[in-house]
Design a protein around this ligand. Structure first.
Ligand code: FES
Ligand SMILES: [Fe+2]
Length: 396
């Protein structure tokens, strides 16, 4: 996201603010409620999205130096991600070749080898089987043939991607679809890991994503909370293949419009939150204190349950304010998620319950909710379903 692009976005936000408009999807979309309740659809989503699509797992700073690891189970396939001694990112199924135990407990750390807790088979950072406990007694297994199962992995502009199923290498253009310059601009590897938390909720995983996709609700649902910070019903929208970028303005925009007519000099990061959807299950919001990175997963094979993992990577420029003790990382994580949990997810869980009653067959996604429209069709195109179209609705 170079300077020209940032100025372009600021100009659009400023014009919308002056005219009382927002990004316009061109029409209203009608979408089926059954997408949140159908078990067959969930099975297809699990197979296509959570087994056979490259997933953005987090930022490069998860593995800050050579010989570090991150073990994560959220996709359903236990994954061991490492940065090897040469600094290369690699991923494996975190499954021992002996009897299938999980080798490394969930978490992050530094290591040069991994020893299975069951019978102490030991693996290297390159996935090779280095040692078998009492090998001759066991039967001299072939270390060459019993490597860890490698998963396709790629590190792209400060983001880590893994496909949970072995196979072809990951294609950068397919994953980023034109967002390369944006991601490079943010210098994401410079943002260290600050903390992570998760929310389990009784709603479809796509409903959780929808809560991040429009600002139409800000002045209503968040009247006493987020509306103090973010300007409601004001955003830009740009699609990048199945990914998208939307930019929100914070309340300082109103003041700066009065004070500084030349928007070329406006401090972009202090005026905006830039939110990316990285198909199929990531929302990444970049603002004044760093990157809030959300991953969404179906939970317990139920269309009615989901888990959101929220990881915060702190902007190194503001890190000092937190380590000085003004506010702890935990306070900030907790406060941020409180609004999501008690306001957004409350609505989404009610929508889930109503989808299950079956009282409504369809819902409507407005022309001022372009990202939510985009999500619907990104998922549909990924599954090879017909795309939903927007309709013109009569205006007075
Ligand atoms: S299952 Fe890992 S060493 Fe036996
Ligand atoms: Fe919200």
């Amino acid at each position: 996201m170079d300077k020209t692009e940032r100025v372009h976005v600021l100009k659009a936000l400023s014009e919308h603010a002056a005219n009382g408009t927002t990004a316009d999807a061109g029409g209203v979309m009608r979408a089926p409620m059954s997408d949140f309740t159908c078990p067959q659809l969930l099975a297809q989503e699990q197979d296509v999205f959570f087994r056979n699509t490259p997933l953005c797992m987090g930022l490069s700073s998860e593995l800050p130096k050579p010989n570090t690891y991150w073990s994560d189970n959220e996709t359903g396939i236990p994954m061991l991600m490492v940065r090897d001694g040469e600094g290369r990112f690699r991923a494996y199924a975190n499954v021992c070749r002996h009897r299938g135990a999980r080798i490394v407990p969930e978490g992050r750390g530094s290591k040069t080898r991994f020893t299975c807790p069951f019978h102490a088979w030991t693996y290297g950072m390159d996935g090779s089987l280095l040692a078998v406990y009492k090998s001759s007694q066991f039967g001299n297994p072939s270390c060459q043939e019993l490597q860890l199962i490698a998963l396709p992995s790629a590190e792209m502009h400060g983001t880590l991607w893994v496909r949970p199923t072995p196979g072809d290498p990951i294609d950068e253009d397919e994953c980023l679809a034109g967002l390369q310059d944006d991601l490079a601009h943010w210098k994401l590897p410079d943002f260290p890991f600050a903390g992570t938390q998760f929310i389990d909720a009784r709603m479809n995983w796509k409903l959780a994503i929808d809560t991040f996709g429009e600002l139409y609700h800000i002045n209503i649902l968040h009247a006493k909370t987020a509306a103090n910070e973010i300007v409601g019903d004001l955003q830009t929208f740009d699609g990048f293949g199945r990914n998208m970028r939307m930019v929100a303005a914070n309340q300082r925009l109103h003041m700066i419009r009065m004070l500084m007519p030349n928007l070329e000099n406006w401090p972009y990061t202090h005026l905006t939150s830039t939110l990316y959807f990285l198909y199929p299950n990531v929302v990444m919001a970049i603002g004044g204190v760093g990157v809030d990175f959300f991953r969404f997963f179906p939970l317990e094979n139920s269309p009615s349950k989901s888990r959101t993992t929220h990881t915060w990577y702190i902007d190194p420029k503001v890190q000092k304010h937190f380590t000085d003790g003004a506010m702890s990382y935990e306070d900030r994580l907790g406060k941020f998620i409180e609004v999501v949990e008690t306001e957004d997810y409350l609505m989404a869980q009610e929508i889930q319950a109503n989808a299950e009653h079956g009282i409504l067959s369809d819902i409507f996604i407005g022309r001022n909710e372009p990202a939510v429209q985009h999500f619907r069709n990104a998922f549909r195109s990924g599954l090879g379903r017909d795309l939903l179209t927007v309709e013109d609705i009569p205006t007075e």
